[in-house]
Design a protein around this ligand. Structure first.
Ligand SMILES: [Zn+2]
Length: 209
């Protein structure tokens, strides 16, 4: 299966579906991953501008992905709305070159302004060609429909934590959703809903068989 992962910023996809990405890779699926912003303006002032980019590259390297498997754009954080058409053009380019079976991106119920842009353009670009599901980032949602579960085992959830540990800049900002307690907590909660030790939950936008 060919899986396209969409991250408005570095770290969104790892937080929302890091265990599933690892599971897909383990079973031999083909992954292409697009990051739209390296959020240079959200970094603590003392850190170099390329910090999040470098942290993301450590993530993809630890998954044994090559530069053919990802693309990093550098749109300004919180200003993706000014680049909506360029984002759609990029998605259409990847739809033609990669032709994914499944697209995973943010939810239309996600209230982060950049996430909303990527969610909308994702649906605009892939609504007639691919299955589309949206990952869960609870701090950004008022509602989230847990319509699809990807079951995870100990190895998957542990790898999700180790992927997130690459984002030391976010630990400096005390982001609690990077903590092991949160990752295991939400993983267990979603697992209980689908009779699995752990899971990640998704909204279904389109499902094509
Ligand atoms: Zn984000």
């Amino acid at each position: 299966m060919k899986v396209l992962i969409l991250s408005p910023h570095t770290d969104d996809a790892e937080l929302g579906c890091g265990g599933s990405i690892f599971k897909f890779l383990n079973r031999g699926d083909d992954i292409y991953w697009i990051v739209f912003s390296t959020a240079e303006d959200s970094l603590p002032k003392n850190l170099p501008k390329n910090t999040l980019r470098e942290e993301f590259i450590r993530v993809v390297q630890s998954l044994n992905l090559s530069s053919d498997n990802y693309s990093i754009c550098n749109f300004k954080v919180r200003y993706l709305h000014e680049h909506r058409q360029k984002i759609l053009d990029k998605l259409i380019e990847v739809r033609i070159s990669f032709n994914p079976d499944l697209v995973i991106g943010p939810s239309v119920n996600d209230f982060h302004q950049d996430h909303q842009i990527v969610a909308n353009e994702m649906i605009r670009a892939f609504k007639t060609t691919s299955s589309i599901i949206s990952y869960e980032l609870p701090w950004n949602h008022v509602t989230f429909n847990t319509q699809l579960f990807i079951k995870l085992n100990n190895e998957h959830i542990s790898k999700k934590c180790s992927l997130l540990r690459n984002y030391q800049s976010q630990f400096l900002k005390n982001r609690l959703y990077f903590s092991k307690e949160y990752i295991y907590g939400i993983g267990t909660t979603r697992g209980i809903q689908c009779n699995s030790k752990y899971a990640e939950a998704f909204e279904v936008v389109r499902w094509m068989i």
